[in-house]
Every structure is written in C-alpha cells, then in structure tokens.
Design a protein around this ligand. Structure first.
Ligand SMILES: [Zn+2]
Length: 372
C-alpha cells in the first residue's frame, strides 16, 4: 500500500506528500544542481549549485501545489468536497469527491489550473527581470521557474481527458450535446490519439539518435494514454453505479459463523464447502465481526484447530458498514478507501446482507458486456 504524510491543512484541505515524491524531488534537484545550472553558469561553487538546485526544486513543487489548489478552490466554491491534495511522482492530484454537475462548472474548474501555472510563470518572469542584474543565482532560479511553469501550463492544455485541456474539451462537447458520457468518450479518444502521436514521435526521435529527448516524449505519451483510458473507464463506472443502491448489489443469502468456532472448522465446513471468501461472525443473532480469507491466512495450518474465529476476525467496532440505501459510488469508495473486500449491509442494527467488491465488479462487467 502507498504511504503518504500529511504536511498541513489549507482551506480545510489535507495537503499530503506521497513517498514516491521523495524520488522525484531528489531527481529534479540532482538534475538541476548537477546538470542544468552548471551548463548555464559555469563558475558557481558546489554548495551554490546544491542550494539553488534544491530551492528551485522545492519552489517547482510549490507551484504544482498552487496549480492543484486553484482547481480545489474553484471546486470548493462550487460546493464540492475536496478531501486532499497529494504530491507524488507524476506531479500533484486533488481528490475531489464528485464529478462536476454542469459543463460550465467543469470548464472553470479545469481552466484555472493552467491559468494559475501561466500566472506563476509571469510572476517569476517579472522577478527574473528585476533580479537578473542584482543576483545571478536568484535570477537563474526565477528564469527556470518561469520556464517550467510556462511548460506546465501549456502541457496541461493538451486537449486529452483527463488532463485539464481534455476537461475543457469535454465541458465544451458536454455543453453542445448535453451528453456527459459521449463528451468523455470523445475527449478520451482525443487524448489517446495525442498520446499515440507523442509515442511515435518519441520513437522516431530515438531512431534519429536523440535518445533522451525521444524517451521523455514517448514516456509522457504513454502516461497520457493510460490516464485517458483509465479516466474514461472511471466515468463509465461512476455513471453505471450512480443509480444503484447497496441493496441491489449485496448478497442477501449469506451465512454467519459463531465466534467460538475454530479456524480449522471454519476452513473445512464453510470456506471450502461454500467457496465464499468472507463470513459474518454472529452470536445469538448479534453481529460480532467479519472473518475473511486474508485473516485465515495469518494462522499457520498447524495452529488452526487451537485458534478461534474471534481471535482473527475484524471486530464489529472496527468494521466499515453500509446502509441498504447507500448508492453504488459511496459503496465502492468505502471499499477502495479502506482497501477492504467486504461490507456488511446494516439497517437499524440488523444485518441485511453482505456486499463484496468482487460482486460489484462482476455486476459492472455484466452490464457493460450487455451494453445496458
Ligand atoms: Zn490541472
């Protein structure tokens, strides 16, 4: 599982750093201090390359954070819930609870991202103009940040979903056709087409002998391609799940086991016979917890007859639960947020059924195969 750390809160949004960010921060610093600045300014002392390199790298990621913050503030203003912004190896990502409900909202939300990057570029350009004859290192720092933020702004305007430019395109098509799914499809296909062009161009550059340039372009193309495909699938999935309730997805015909059962009996009499991955644990009709295959695997085979279900189950108070009226998207986000496989469906303290991640996925698969 991914590790990330919270570094503070801004406007009620949790600002986080993913462990993979350390790698990219170190890489950018190394690239700036070891190659970029030395190639432009030959006679700085080593400590100055390192200091300016690290500061530039930090300010670059602060710019990425501002870009995401711009998206988030517009989302907040539109009444959406923004949970967190995380910096990771490929930049930044804001976790916004819902897709926008109107084309105009999507347009503003997407547009402020590249706009803020271009605005930051202008600020650093002005600072560079002011500082260039006062301090060479500070001038160099501002010049680089102006350039990189300009590139970031333009790059994000590429009209392929789910990048900002793709979202702007999607909002436009959505506005014209009134069909969000169709708009997403067109914007995703555009994204994939641009990605393929970049990959081919990258390969062509490699064949011409420009290995590193070509590699970068092909890699970015590959990244855009996978993001476009994933983004479209996510929209399809959310679209399919939004009209469903937990009660439509759950299995009402579930089996419960007693907490005093031994793990050995659980394996022989339940898991192998019923071929289920998880069982609710209940004593005299009262829910005590849930036990699943992952819990069983933590017990060595020779200790299974001496270990009881209550020793390995996830107890009731630690259990994530859902109500029969919760909609499909809430259910899926509960399953994925805690990375769990089952949810008991509970109404007024009584268990109505059990909902497995596999059932949700099977349901989605069936629906998309039948084109419903
Ligand atoms: Zn953006």
């Amino acid at each position: 599982m991914r590790t990330s750390w919270s570094i503070g809160r801004l406007f009620g949004i949790d600002i986080r750093i993913d462990s993979s960010w350390i790698i990219i921060f170190a890489f950018v610093t190394w690239m700036l201090a070891g190659y970029y600045f030395p190639s432009q300014y030959a006679n700085w002392p080593l400590w100055q390359y390192l200091l300016i390199g690290a500061t530039t790298s930090l300010l670059f990621f602060a710019s990425v954070l501002l870009h995401e913050l711009a998206h988030s503030l517009v989302a907040l203003k539109q009444g959406e819930e923004v949970r967190s912004i995380t910096l990771f190896i490929l930049g930044g990502v804001a976790e916004i609870a819902d897709e926008p409900r109107k084309p105009s909202r999507e347009f503003y939300m997407a547009f402020v991202g590249p706009l803020s990057s271009l605005a930051i570029a202008l600020v650093f350009l002005a600072l560079w103009y002011w500082l260039r004859n006062i301090s060479q290192p500070l001038g160099a720092l501002c010049r680089y940040l102006a350039l990189i933020n300009f590139i970031l702004g333009i790059f994000n305007l590429i009209p392929g979903f789910p990048m900002d430019g793709g979202r702007i395109l999607r909002a436009a098509i959505w506005k014209i056709t009134g069909n969000l799914r169709k708009a997403t499809r067109v914007a995703s296909i555009t994204g994939q087409a641009i990605a393929f062009l970049m990959i081919f161009f990258g390969i062509w550059q490699i064949l011409r002998g420009f290995f590193f340039n070509g590699m970068w372009i092909a890699l970015i193309g590959w990244f855009i391609h996978s993001a476009a495909t994933r983004g479209y699938q996510q929209v399809l999935m959310k679209d399919m799940l939004k009209d469903l309730r937990a009660k439509d997805l759950m299995n009402p015909d579930f089996e419960t086991v007693s907490s005093d059962l031994s793990v050995q009996e659980l394996v022989e009499d339940y898991v192998l016979k019923r071929r289920e991955r998880a069982f609710l644990v209940s004593d005299a009709g009262e829910l005590r917890g849930i036990v699943c295959l992952e819990d069983i695997k933590t017990v060595a085979p020779d200790r299974r007859s001496s270990t009881k279900v209550k020793d390995i189950m996830t107890p009731r108070e630690k259990l994530e639960i859902t109500s029969p009226e919760d909609n499909g998207n809430e259910v899926l986000s509960k399953l994925s947020r805690r990375n769990i496989h089952q949810l008991p469906v509970i109404e007024e303290g009584k268990v109505q059924g059990i909902l497995c991640r596999a059932d949700v996925l099977r349901f989605l698969h069936l629906r998309s195969e039948l084109g419903v």
